[in-house]
Design a protein around this ligand. Structure first.
Ligand SMILES: NC(=O)c1ccc[n+]([C@@H]2O[C@H](COP(=O)([O-])OP(=O)(O)OC[C@H]3O[C@@H](n4cnc5c(N)ncnc54)[C@H](OP(=O)(O)O)[C@@H]3O)[C@@H](O)[C@H]2O)c1
Length: 321
């Protein structure tokens, strides 16, 4: 019955249309998978080709006392680069600086800065970085929600939104504005921006975080386009889960690696991929996500966030009892 209606509407045997549609869809998917495989092979073949020391004797890492930022600082130091650490706690900064100097025999400097503040912060940072030959900037500092929640239900929401935007967006823009002119003058440098998979797929219940990370993704890709020909390599790094304080994952696993494992892989892709999930298992997740229909992906993401919200609220309620 249905097929005879379709045959009448289309004016010929419907199965021919379906076969053509199936063939086009399958070819599209096969092409996407093949392109992802080629991209992965490229990052394996050229992995680790960037000599960070040659880009400049110093690297600057924001949010470098813990998690992914600390791992970037340590790994860059192992590759022979002096490190400027920027975070909000002087005691923690000093501790990490001592660890790095002991482990890697490079120089370190510390800059105390709370990125939740606004523009008033940056003159002092600019002054403290003046005169250094900075070849690598890692815009890592970031802040997320303590649990997925509705936009209007966030406590002290307007203050929270401003903090979130200052930490995730203003810092990336201002630090790039401060550091990149020296790189452009020397016609070499790497700007590594920590976005997130949530900056690629709209993530409801983490709305402001997801939107901030989408900014970082677009910012990075546009900077790469504007300054790629001037010797700058701007890389957008979009992790899924990494076992850090932010993700609240304590035990590393295949899909939630330790910051050290993650960063070793991500640094090896500098100069090779200007937009990457940074680590092979995350690249695999990205490839699968990339071929899913957007509506399906939206539904899965929303369900995950709803579940995480309910689980958190239940845990809090149990704690109260
Ligand atoms: N972990 C993940 O699963 C994941 C996934 C996707 C994307 N990312 C992104 O990766 C980046 C690093 O995340 P992470 O998981 O390593 O975070 P983390 O473990 O929470 O570490 C954040 C670092 O930033 C510093 N920091 C926090 N707020 C600051 C502020 N207001 N001013 C200055 N420094 C501040 C922290 O210093 P204190 O020691 O003072 O707190 C710490 O050194 C972020 O941009 C995040 O969005 C992470």
């Amino acid at each position: 019955m249905a097929s005879s209606i379709i045959n009448n509407v289309l004016g010929r045997d419907a199965s021919a249309y379906f076969a053509t549609f199936g063939l086009v869809a399958a070819s599209y998917l096969a092409l996407k998978v093949a392109l992802n495989v080629i991209k992965s092979l490229k990052s394996v073949v050229f992995a680790g080709s960037t000599n960070f020391k040659k880009l400049g004797s110093w690297a600057v890492v924001t949010g470098s006392t813990d998690g992914i930022g600390k791992a970037y600082a340590k790994e860059l130091a192992k590759r022979g680069v002096n490190i400027v650490l920027i975070s909000r706690s002087e005691a923690k900064l000093q501790e990490v600086a001592n660890e790095i100097e002991k482990e890697s025999k490079v120089q370190t400097r510390i800059v105390v800065a709370d990125f939740s503040k606004g523009l008033e912060l940056y003159d002092s940072i600019r002054d403290q970085l003046a005169g250094l030959e900075i070849g690598t900037l890692v815009n890592n500092v970031g802040m997320s929600y303590s649990f997925p929640n509705y936009f209007l239900d966030l406590p002290d929401r307007e203050e929270f939104f401003m903090k979130m935007i200052n930490i995730n967006v203003t810092s990336v823009t201002m630090m790039t504005s401060i550091v990149m002119p020296g790189m452009v003058e020397r016609r070499k440098g790497a700007v590594i921006n920590l976005s997130s998979a949530a900056g690629l797929t709209p993530t409801p219940l983490l709305t402001v975080y997801s939107a901030c990370k989408a900014y970082v993704t677009f910012f990075s890709r546009c900077i790469q386009d504007e300054y790629g020909s001037k010797g700058i390599f701007c890389q957008c790094v979009m992790p899924y889960f990494v076992a850090t304080k932010m993700s609240k994952i304590r035990k590393p696993s295949l899909f939630a690696p330790s910051p050290t494992t993650y960063v070793k892989a991500a640094l090896n892709s500098v100069g090779v991929s200007d937009a990457t999930h940074g680590y092979w298992a995350h690249n695999m997740q990205g490839s699968i996500t990339g071929i899913l229909p957007p509506a399906f992906l939206k539904m899965v993401t929303r369900n995950m966030m709803d579940k995480a919200r309910k689980a958190y609220l239940k845990k809090m309620a149990n704690k109260k009892e």
